[in-house]
Structure formats: C-alpha cells, structure tokens
Design a protein around this ligand. Structure first.
Ligand code: PLP
Length: 358
C-alpha cells in the first residue's frame, strides 16, 4: 500500500452533497436557470473536428483581457476558481509557510493550502461575520505567504471594504493576497485593477455563478504579469477544456443576459431578507446571490420540509460560527416566488412561527 504525503493524509475532506439534486437548486449558489441562450447556441455549433483539437487558451485569454481592460499576460484562465486557488498555492507555498483565512469561508482555500504542507491559520470573523481586518493583520508574520479572502464571502454574504483589502496587501508584501470575487456580479465592487499598484494582489473571478456555467469549469486569475508568469509555469497548458474556451467569448458578449439576471437576484435578495425579518428568523444581510439564516434546532426540519417541496437548500451548520444555519441561493423572480411560498409553509409546519410568538 502506497503512503500519501503526510500533508495529504491529514487533509480535511470536502464532499459537496451533490447526489440526487432534483428540484429547484438553491443549494450551490449556481444560476438557477443556466447560461445565456446564446452560449447554448454556440455550444451546439461545435463539431467533432473542434473537439478533436487540443484547446488553445491564448486567443480566448486575449478576449477576456480586453473585457477586463488589462493585458493578456496579466491573467490566466483556469479550471474554475478552484484551480486558481490550487495554482496559487503550488506557486507560492513551501511546507511550513503560513496561510491566513477568515472563517467561516469557502473550503478550498484550506484544502489547497494544507496539501502543500503549509500551516493554515483560521482567523475568526468578527461579530455578525464582520471582516476582521485588525485580527487578520495581527496574525501576519514573516512566514505568511498567502492570505485568501472571498469577497463577498461564502457562506455569509458579508463583504470586506476594498480599502481594508488593499491595506492588508500593503502590510504583507511577502504574501500573495487572493481576493476571490466569485460573487462580484451580485455586489459590484472590485479590487481587480489594483494589482497594478500592489504586485502581491491577485483577483479571481468565476463563470460558475452569475454566468450559469459551473459545468463548463472556467474561471480566471488576474495579477501582476511577472507573478502570473510564475503561476502559468505550474499550470497545464490544457487546463481549460476546448468547449468552455469556445463558448466563453459568447458569454462575455451577452452582457445584457447577466445584467438582467443579476437584477432579478438583487430584487429576490431584498424579498427574502424582508421575509426573514417579518418571520423573526435571524439572517445576515448579503451582497451575494444567497442569504445565510439561522433556524437553530429547527434547521434539519426546515431543510427537509423544503426538500419535500422540491427545493434544495444548504445546511451550513458545520461551518465555523454557523450552528443551526442554512444558506439559500436566490434565483429568478419566479424561483423567488416559489421559494417564499414554500418558506412560509415550512415555517408554519415546523412551528417556527409559534416558537417566535412565545
Ligand atoms: C467563494 C467561492 N470561490 C470559488 C468557488 C468555486 O468556483 P468555481 O466553480 O469557479 O471553481 C465558490 C463556489 O462555491 C465560492 O463560493
């Protein structure tokens, strides 16, 4: 029996509950209706010849660079943000280096960092999941080589001020600062162009969320050209598949589709948060396409009640500070109406409304 490296043997496992996801998918922060119809049309145009070729990333990187207003050498297309995280860890971390994350947060920072043998230090978010700027700065040491922040954060929907993120990048010049903007479209604020002033800053974006392309597996990492050249060394030349590459320019061109979808999500976010307020369910105001709410001991009954009604929501109670919490993705107007109707029924059924009245 082969023995895996010690860092791998002790890795925390991450098994997203993907099995049997029939129903309204409000559990993975995906787009609830899928990609633009123009993307689907482009997909259908692909031929056997197209699929026979090794994928060419560079021409599509030029298109994406144009979209962001940067140079192609300042970005790398990746197999989702998951791969961007992995590549950053492989490029910059040595065993024993320190990595700072803010918890609760997206699981892959810890997994990719710990797999290199680096020591992951979890800094707890502040009250109400506030971004712990001073807590994070107080843990920076000469060994800190990566600080990963999701902005907006998953699963809380909380955000860090751009000025705070830039301050952290300035105060830890020996560390790569990853700002993961997977939910950027629902928030609108970015530090994407700041790598020009701060060469240790990297920004990741994904096409898995607002763009409805999670199944394509495509994301992008942006940063200083010299640093990106190092990251590119670690990457396989064919890390992004040809189907995703062929469809991406069409997805970027259909800006209207994204804007309309995001507008619906933002409306739904207000509606859901208002509903939680009215029902007395504690929740955290979100800047992403999901809301985290606390159901306490009724959490499992709530998740089950929604499932019975064909709606999948995500139990996040095992995340740091999230005891009794469920995360609910927001989709189109129609999906929000369906969500709210089911929510009212389930809260009534499990006695959440009575518990509040007492
Ligand atoms: C903060 C954050 N980053 C990255 C990802 C994964 O993105 P991708 O599908 O591009 O790998 C997720 C998915 O849930 C996420 O919440």
């Amino acid at each position: 029996m082969l023995e895996a490296r010690a860092a791998v043997r002790t890795l925390p496992t991450y098994h997203p509950p993907l099995g049997g996801r029939d129903g309204l998918r409000l559990d993975f922060n995906e787009n609830t209706v899928g990609c633009s119809p123009r993307v689907l049309a482009r997909l259908r145009e692909l031929t056997a010849e197209d699929l026979a070729r090794y994928p060419e990333r560079e021409p599509i990187e030029a298109v994406v660079a144009g979209h962001f207003g940067i140079e192609p050498r300042e970005l790398l297309l990746t197999n989702g943000v998951d791969e961007a995280i992995h590549l950053l860890c492989e490029t910059f971390l040595e065993p024993g280096d320190e990595v700072l994350i803010v918890v609760p947060t997206f699981a892959m920072y810890e997994i990719s960092a710990a797999a290199t043998g680096a020591q992951v230090i979890a800094v707890p978010a502040g009250e109400n999941f506030r971004f712990p700027t001073s807590g994070l700065l107080s843990r920076v040491t000469p060994r800190t080589r990566l600080i990963a922040v999701a902005n907006p954060n998953n699963p809380t929907g909380a955000v860090a001020e751009p000025a705070d993120l830039l301050e952290i990048a300035r105060r830890a010049p020996q560390a790569a600062i990853l700002v993961d903007e997977a939910y950027f479209e629902f928030y609108g604020q970015t530090v994407l162009l700041q790598f020009r002033n701060l060469p240790n800053l990297f920004v990741a974006r994904t096409f898995s969320k607002a763009y409805g392309m999670a199944g394509f597996r495509i994301g992008v990492l942006v940063g200083d050209a010299a640093q990106m050249a190092m990251v590119r060394r670690v990457s396989s030349p064919y890390n992004v598949n040809g189907v995703a590459l062929a469809c991406l320019p069409t997805a970027l061109a259909d800006d209207n589709y994204i804007q309309q979808y995001v507008e619906k999500v933002r409306e739904g976010r207000v509606q859901l948060q208002d509903e939680f307020s009215n029902c007395g369910i504690p929740f955290w105001p979100s800047e992403a396409n999901f809301v985290l709410a606390r159901f306490g001991p009724l959490k499992s009954a709530f998740v089950q009640g929604m499932r019975v009604r064909g709606i999948l929501v995500r139990d996040r109670s095992r995340d740091y500070g999230c005891d009794g919490c469920v995360r609910i993705t927001i989709g189109t107007t129609q999906h929000t109406s369906r969500l709210l109707a089911a929510l009212r029924e389930v809260l009534e059924e499990i006695g959440a409304t009575e518990a509040r009245a007492q």
